[in-house]
Design a protein around this ligand. Structure first.
Ligand code: TYD
Length: 393
């Protein structure tokens, strides 16, 4: 399988390793380089970071932390119950139970390798396997619980390195009428928004529909529907059924996505080389903005210490000399320092009066944040963003 490198984003720390104290010598860094796979059109990191370095009992991300996301998962659960009437559901990457907890009346099983999170759902009386999703685990679950009508996985499959094994294990674990629902950031949206921050250690892949189709070709799984979502700045919810299940029809939307991607050039190396050039321009412009504001002695903070922002800050080398501190609503991030750039993180308590600018780490929640920060904006406070191009808003 030939892969061609098209972008080097430099040295990066583990995005999830928020530091309790700064000890630069101990910090682990890896090379963040992106490649294009010629035969499957898949976009991935050139070399992967060992999973145990990323997903362990210190994992900080809590899916329930955002009101927007909690509501979205609740509504999705309602929709799935109504549409598919499942008798059983398995979630791969169940995090803190934000989604699976809505299925307490049927057989609901979670798979979550981060023990601190698996403990949360176990306490909710949801049987949770604190293991990585592998063929071995899927066989164990199959033996104990049987097959599932729905397998759901949001922002997880793109984290798993061995895709062939992953899809094969899903195929084996689905009932004949079963549906697998995958949700992950959209490659097309990332390219259109120059949001190179979609790439970091955990995101081994950013999927296009084209690549998903190609990599599942040899399985008995087939895409039958796609929904576009706003999550993570643009995601796809992709519905798979078994190929021999003729009761579910393949929606026209699938071919529409494939032809849109083709038009954009998803299957051409040139597209990624152009993207790489735009990313380098974006870096130059963002640094200029920070330098200009710093020269004027403006006070700049970060808003939302996201994983995405780790890519931006480490790539652009924007550190504590530019950003005084981050505010973030996630309790486990408060009191720590951002990986690589060592910016202190404070628990969110509004934006203080002495702040002039806030860098939107959580740009994917821009609308929610702008609504919340009316006072800051009214008194002349401004946000800095890099998506789709670096600017002050
Ligand atoms: P997330 O969207 O999951 O991005 P990533 O996957 O790149 O980490 O994270 C959003 C982060 O932003 C999370 O730590 C919570 C924080 N946040 C705030 O601090 N305030 C807010 O108003 C919102 C919406 C998010």
């Amino acid at each position: 399988m030939k892969k061609i490198r098209f972008l080097n984003l430099g040295k990066h720390p583990i995005t999830n390793s928020f530091l309790s104290k700064i000890n630069s010598k101990k910090e682990f860094f890896y090379n963040l380089r992106l490649v294009y796979h010629q035969d499957t059109k898949l976009i991935s990191l050139d070399s992967f970071v060992p999973p145990k370095k990323m997903f362990n009992d210190k994992y900080a991300h809590r899916a329930s932390a955002s009101i927007t996301m909690s509501e979205a998962y609740k509504n999705l659960a309602k929709k799935i119950k109504k549409k598919f009437r499942p008798k059983s559901i398995l979630e791969i990457g169940s995090n803190d139970g934000v989604f699976i907890k809505h299925f307490s009346k049927i057989k609901n099983i979670g798979v979550e390798p981060c023990r601190n999170l698996a403990n949360v759902t176990t306490k909710m009386k949801i049987k949770t396997y604190d293991k990585f999703w592998t063929m071995y685990l899927s066989k164990k679950i199959l033996k104990k619980h049987g097959r599932f009508d729905i397998i759901y996985s949001a922002n997880t499959i793109s984290h798993i390195h061995n895709l062939n094994e992953t899809f094969k294990a899903i195929e084996n674990s689905l009932t004949s009428q079963g549906v697998f629902i995958l949700e992950d950031p959209s490659l097309l949206k990332s390219l259109q928004k120059i949001s190179y921050d979609q790439f970091y250690d955990e995101h081994a892949y950013v999927f296009s529909i084209t690549a998903l189709k190609n990599i599942t070709k040899k399985t008995n799984l087939e895409i039958f529907n796609i929904e576009e979502l706003k999550t993570h700045g643009g995601s796809n919810r992709v519905f798979f059924k078994k190929k021999n299940n003729k009761e579910i029809k393949v929606s026209k939307i699938v071919n529409k996505h494939l032809s849109n991607e083709k038009k954009f050039g998803i299957n051409k190396l040139k597209t990624y080389q152009i993207f790489a050039k735009k990313v380098k321009d974006s870096k130059k412009k963002l640094i200029k903005i920070f330098q200009k504001l710093k020269k004027r002695n403006n006070k700049i903070i970060g808003y939302g210490a996201t994983y995405k922002s780790s890519t931006v800050l480490n790539f652009c080398q924007i550190d504590k000399n530019y950003i005084s501190y981050f505010v973030d609503t996630t309790p486990t991030k408060a009191g720590k320092f951002t990986p690589g750039t060592h910016i202190p993180i404070k628990s969110y308590n509004g934006i203080s009066d002495d702040v002039d600018y806030a860098f939107l780490g959580a740009w994917n929640f821009k609308d929610e944040i702008f609504k919340k920060e009316k006072k800051f904006r009214r008194r002349g406070g401004k946000f800095i963003t890099h998506v789709p191009y670096p600017r002050i808003i």
